[in-house]
Design a protein around this ligand. Structure first.
Ligand code: SF4
Length: 456
């Protein structure tokens, strides 16, 4: 990718507002407690979709990274994980009863820190899942790894359990930056981990990088990018650090004056995108990179990229079943979410064998907007005629107000609104969220936009 026309700083400044990342539409803010477990089980048991993706949330972490905005529990008391796995097992076993006719196409362990679990604990959960659900032969099994406090041979164990994708949190390799975010880690060990993963035969290795962290400068970040090059990962996720100390207590440990200014943060982002592109990576969506022969890059070229709670994916039409504290499920036209507080999750599982506390049944209008937003986020394009046909509407009439709000983007050459389709320009690549916000009917209800991170 050589076209970096999306770096018009004045436009990026103009549109750098807060907005959802649209891993779902409607966003989780719309979930409500009127949605019950009965609605969830009825959706799952009546669904004609045979494909399921499973998500397992492991909330524990060894220590607190100060930039973190995740739902996690920091503890060094390893036995707590055994208790958690008891409840998780109960939930997994109970749900299996209505999944006998489903095929599991994807399994993802996220957190918190899934690699907080010992080899024995990981075996316990994976073997339980395998015994209760029908895993497809070509299942994608992925796990997030914190490269601290693990042994190299954990990878051998994960591979023997069937994991074929790993994602490693690198973030930044500079020691001053690492110290400020309370995440010192050995780059040499990360190198060994990735070498080992490749030797074992993992299909894909992903690394995470973050820009906008305290003490990051062009110089330090240049070295992080040089280091990232040597890792030769298949995919790279590039996240923007969102400093929201009023929402995330841990971030109060990061002093405002340590952070790069908005202009410098923009330079760091540009530096990362230009460097990773020059290394041969393709930009996927707004913030992911993949080698040109990676299936994500191919799906993007073919206009068949999809998006779920874990980010971009090639898997279409997979219902999602989430296990564990705070986990989200998405089944046909429903979303549901488990209790977010650990002790309440335990109590709920103990009493009811499930922990669904809220969710949403999508109305016809939600489904139309969900489709449009997903097409724009993934493929930078929406075929109006196709939407009209699929949902039995007249696109231009149905979205008359939304289309008029696109005028400002059109004037800035960020999109073309044709009779047949809407095409987002390459120059708006980093502003797709803003354009999607025009189709989000709930956004105006959230006056406190600080609930979302800034676009850049
Ligand atoms: S960034 Fe990851 S490892 Fe660090 S505290 Fe948050 S969830 Fe845990």
């Amino acid at each position: 990718m050589t076209d970096c026309s999306f770096f018009d700083q004045s436009l990026l400044k103009k549109y750098n507002t807060s907005g959802p990342r649209y891993t779902s539409y409607p966003t989780a803010l719309e979930f409500n407690s009127e949605f019950t477990n009965e609605k969830f089980t009825s959706a799952l048991s009546q669904s004609n979709n045979p494909n399921l993706s499973l998500y397992v949330h492991i909330p524990f972490c060894h220590s607190l990274c100060y930039y973190c905005g995740c739902n996690k529990i920091v503890t060094r008391q390893k036995h707590k994980a055994d208790t958690y796995l008891d409840y998780l097992s109960q939930e997994i076993t109970n749900r299996a009863k209505i999944c006998s006719n489903k095929t599991i196409r994807q399994l993802h362990f996220g957190g918190g820190t899934p690699s907080y679990l010992s080899a024995k604990q990981l075996s316990r959960i994976v073997n339980l899942l395998k015994s209760k659900y029908n895993f497809s032969n070509d299942i994608e099994m992925s796990i997030e790894i914190d490269p601290r406090e693990i042994e190299l041979d954990l990878l051998d164990h994960l591979y023997s359990l069937g994991f074929n994708r790993v994602s490693i949190g690198v973030q930044d390799t500079n020691t001053k930056v690492q110290h400020a975010i309370n995440r010192p880690q050995s780059f040499a060990f990360i190198q060994k981990l990735i070498k080992r993963a490749k030797k074992l035969g993992f299909d894909s290795v992903n690394i995470d990088l973050i820009y906008g962290l305290p003490h990051q400068t062009q110089e330090t970040f240049k070295q992080t990018l040089v280091d990232a090059k040597t890792l030769d990962a298949d995919r790279i996720s590039l996240f923007s650090y969102a400093h929201l100390p009023s929402r995330f207590a841990a971030q109060r440990k990061i002093k405002d004056e340590w952070l790069p200014s908005a202009d410098n943060k923009f330079i760091l982002m540009k530096q990362a995108i230009v460097t990773l592109s020059s290394l041969g990576y393709e930009l996927i969506g707004m913030d992911h990179f993949a080698k040109p022969n990676d299936e994500l890059a191919i799906a993007q070229k073919n206009g068949v990229l999809h998006r779920n709670f874990q980010g971009y994916t090639t898997l279409k039409n997979c219902n999602l079943l989430g296990f564990g504290v705070s986990a989200i499920s998405s089944v046909d036209n429903t979303f549901s979410q488990n209790n977010k507080v650990l002790k309440d999750y335990y109590q709920h599982i103990e009493q009811d064998n499930h922990a669904v506390v809220k969710g949403l049944t999508l109305a016809a209008d939600d489904l139309i907007r969900q489709y449009v937003i997903s097409e724009l986020m993934c493929n930078l394009f929406v075929d109006k005629q196709q939407v009209s046909k699929l949902f039995d509407i007249q696109f231009d009439q149905y979205f008359a107000e939304e289309l008029s709000s696109l005028d400002t983007f059109e004037k800035d050459n960020l999109l073309i609104n044709r009779v047949e389709n809407i095409q987002i320009s390459p120059s708006a690549r980093l502003l797709v969220r803003n354009i999607c916000m025009s189709f989000d009917i709930y956004l105006n209800q959230h006056i406190n936009q600080q609930r979302f991170s800034r676009v850049i």
